[in-house]
Design a protein around this ligand. Structure first.
Ligand SMILES: [Zn+2]
Length: 270
């Protein structure tokens, strides 16, 4: 039993390591597969044994072996986070199709979280690519689909899952577009980028309309709380641009893992 869980976590660490590469290279328009990784300061090529998640970071004491420049805290943090998140998905779904689909979803969200945090950018490759993947995979997010598959009773379940995914795209993308449009009409400046709109359309494709709505709620709440605190503490001006996509990514992860509990809590409070 522990073997399986250990494997899931180890797989998460390895994927986290690849996500690090994506975060660094996608905004720079570089290939995520080639060439091999190297130190951004001195170009020292990272050898396989220097590239083992966590262990290498600890062994190298967070420094490049050649030039001694510090390796960012982001690398080990992301590796561990991915490992934990994959494990939580496994606890929720076991080895069923939603487990595999949501591992892809979480990987895309982690890329968006950090690229938006560092570059204020939400790349189309990730948002639009994810949207297509989420929509195509929608029927497999349901256990019912697999049961129906055996009974050769496909269409009804398949269509409800597709409709929910499409509604998610409309709710996620549409609502954010509406907010952006209203803000622009009133303030005459752009408050929200098209990246956020495309990102929420992608989240909608994976989560369906209800959890997409929850994601917007959580993301806005987090953005308002943490964002205003950050701007207050570090005395950022009103022109400071919050990484809204990062907060939405956290909201989407929470909605996937604990959406039902959060929605029940929310609905019984009011
Ligand atoms: Zn170096």
């Amino acid at each position: 039993m522990f073997l399986v869980e250990g494997f899931v976590i180890a797989f998460g660490l390895a994927v986290g390591s690849f996500i690090n590469v994506c975060i660094y290279r996608i905004p720079r328009g570089q290939s995520v597969l080639l060439p091999r990784s190297s130190c951004p300061k001195c170009d020292h090529p990272i050898r396989p044994w220097e590239n083992i998640p966590i262990l290498s970071y600890l062994f190298l004491r967070g420094k490049c072996r050649q030039c001694g420049s510090r390796i960012s805290w982001v690398y080990p943090t992301l590796e561990v986070s991915t490992g934990i998140l994959f494990y939580l998905l496994f606890l929720k779904y076991g080895f069923h199709t939603p487990f595999f689909i949501n591992m892809v979803f979480f990987s895309l969200l982690l890329i968006l979280l950090f690229v938006d945090l560092f570059e204020r950018l939400l790349p189309n490759v990730v948002t639009l690519g994810g949207l297509v993947f989420g929509l195509v995979m929608a029927p497999f997010q349901s256990e019912e689909f697999l049961a129906a598959f055996r009974l050769l009773d496909l269409p009804p379940v398949m269509w409800t899952q597709y409709v929910d995914s499409l509604l998610g795209i409309v709710v996620g993308g549409g609502f954010l577009w509406l907010v952006a449009e209203l803000y622009f009409r009133v303030k005459k400046v752009e408050g929200m980028g098209f990246g956020d709109i495309k990102m929420m359309a992608m989240v909608g494709a994976f989560l369906g309309w209800a959890y997409t709505w929850l994601t917007i709620l959580l993301g806005s709440l987090l953005g308002a709380l943490i964002g205003s605190l950050y701007m207050f503490v570090f005395r950022k001006g009103r022109r400071y641009q919050l990484p809204f996509g990062s907060f939405l990514a956290v909201g989407a992860i929470a909605s996937t893992l604990w959406g039902r509990k959060l929605l029940t809590f929310y609905l019984t409070q009011f």
